[in-house]
Design a protein. Structure first.
Length: 212
């Protein structure tokens, strides 16, 4: 399991392990389910190429601001994170995109867009790597890529009482995403694209399940 925040815990892998972890940490809820489903559909889309494999996104009934992913293509965002990003769908999409960044970089999701292949080669920090891959996903699908930085600022504020080490790590991730003055040696800042230059085809179906 991997998480968007630097504060988290290890959990058993696989579907059974994910279900048990979710049950222990508050269970699922339908908080703003329609909004989350809309963001996920826009960010991921769907493909019927392999209907037996899906990306599942659930909402955890927990106050903390966090998101998690398991190798079985399951992503969980907390009720607290959904509430904290109300009015900023790009920040909510950033949390999901960050988790997809982990799964793509670790080879758990096949066929990423060409724009993402090799993205992680020069970024040793796995969280910053997922931030950068996630930010590119936001741009590809028309979200404001600065949503990733705004999300991390929210996390830093929420985890203000965290250890100095964790706080400094979040600060470095925020700084890595901060806009900088362009120079001849630096790439152009990432901007939202009016239309995807290449769709994110994961050969999956997208699934955001309501309860009941």
């Amino acid at each position: 399991m991997v998480g968007v925040a630097t504060i988290g815990c290890a959990a058993p892998g696989g579907r059974v392990g994910a279900d048990a972890w979710v049950s222990r940490h508050g269970g699922l809820c339908d908080f703003e389910h329609t909004r989350v489903a809309s963001v996920v559909t826009r960010l991921i889309g769907s493909s019927s190429a392999e209907p037996s494999r899906s990306i599942r996104v659930d909402i955890l009934d927990a106050d903390e601001l966090a998101a998690y992913a398991w190798p079985g293509a399951r992503v969980v965002v907390t009720r607290g994170l959904v509430a904290a990003t109300r009015g900023d769908d790009a920040a909510l999409a950033a949390a999901i995109a960050h988790e997809l960044g982990h799964l793509i970089a670790d080879g758990h999701l096949p066929n990423p867009p060409a724009a993402l292949r090799g993205w992680s080669a020069d970024e040793p920090d796995v969280e910053s790597r997922a931030d950068l891959v996630g930010r590119e996903l936001l741009a590809i699908h028309g979200f404001d890529p600065d949503g990733m930085r705004r999300l991390l600022v929210r996390l830093r504020t929420a985890h203000g009482g965290a250890s100095a080490r964790n706080g400094a790590h979040l600060d470095r991730r925020v700084a890595r995403l901060a806009p900088r003055a362009a120079s001849a040696d630096e790439p152009e800042p990432v901007q939202p694209r009016k239309s995807p230059r290449e769709p994110l085809v994961l050969r999956t179906t997208t699934e955001v399940r309501p309860l009941g």
